[in-house]
Design a protein around this ligand. Sequence first.
Ligand code: G1P
Length: 306
Amino acid sequence: MVCRVKSAIFPVAGLGTRFLPVTKSIPKEMISLVDRPLIQHAVEEALAAGIERIVFVTAPGKVTLEAHFQASPELENTLAARGNGAALEVLRATTLPRGAVACVSQPRPLGLGHAVLCARELAGDGPVAVLLPDDVIEAATPCIGQMVEAHAECGGTVLATMRLPRTQISSYGVIDPSDTPAGAEDGRLVAVRGLVEKPAAQDAPSDLAVIGRYILAPSIFGHLARQRPGAGGEIQLTDAIASAAAGGEPVFGFCFEGRRFDCGSRVGFVEATVAFAMQRPEMRDRLGTFLRHEMARLETTVLAAE
Ligand code: G1P
């Protein structure tokens, strides 16, 4: 029987240099899409999939994200005294049970694979999910939930994947699909025989990019511990998964259903902000009107300049 996924690792030790100066004092994962920090989107996705244990891998000296998920009795009392039930509800929804959240520090920035390895002792014995909060996925069933369901059928290691244009592929881990069919699962699963981290476009084995959601077999920690630095001189998670596949362990790409936003880039972050704001009934009309006017204004300016 396939073991249930109970723990999720959130690597959040990055410096967020692309988002300076805001990341000078605020961890990138605490920047908000409308009013919810990126990390909250990812944590809620994991909880909705039945994951019970949250492990943050942070950088030394970085403001801990744990505080965001702890109870804040003083603020709660103030809101209760003011009769502000709506705000109180929003606040309480961020509180996770004691013991559900653990934090570990990644002493040096040695790469994503090394960050995941740092969480080894806290992750438990079974399969473990990894969520990269930079990848925000809007879906009817949250992406990691879709993957947990697929994993219950196929076991092994499951990687979120999507097809990307060749011009973008060199920023991602890329799947080398096997010729063997992966089985049913509505054709969403692809058997993986290899993986390459950030290949040059002409060397990419396919157009299937790995997106920041993983379910990893427990053997991953052994592969990571043996891993030598790869692309960018870092210990790469992709390389450790490639070692597992090369050793005959089952690895699958999973073509998830949903819309992915690349919140690791500034423009992707703004796109996600607009998309999430447009889903709020209280904002939709005004923002829609603003965007239409803004587009019209832009076209007039561009036309005038030509
Ligand atoms: C990381 C992984 C890469 C994956 C990507 C998904 O890269 O190393 O394999 O495709 O996340 O967003 P990063 O974006 O941290 O450079």
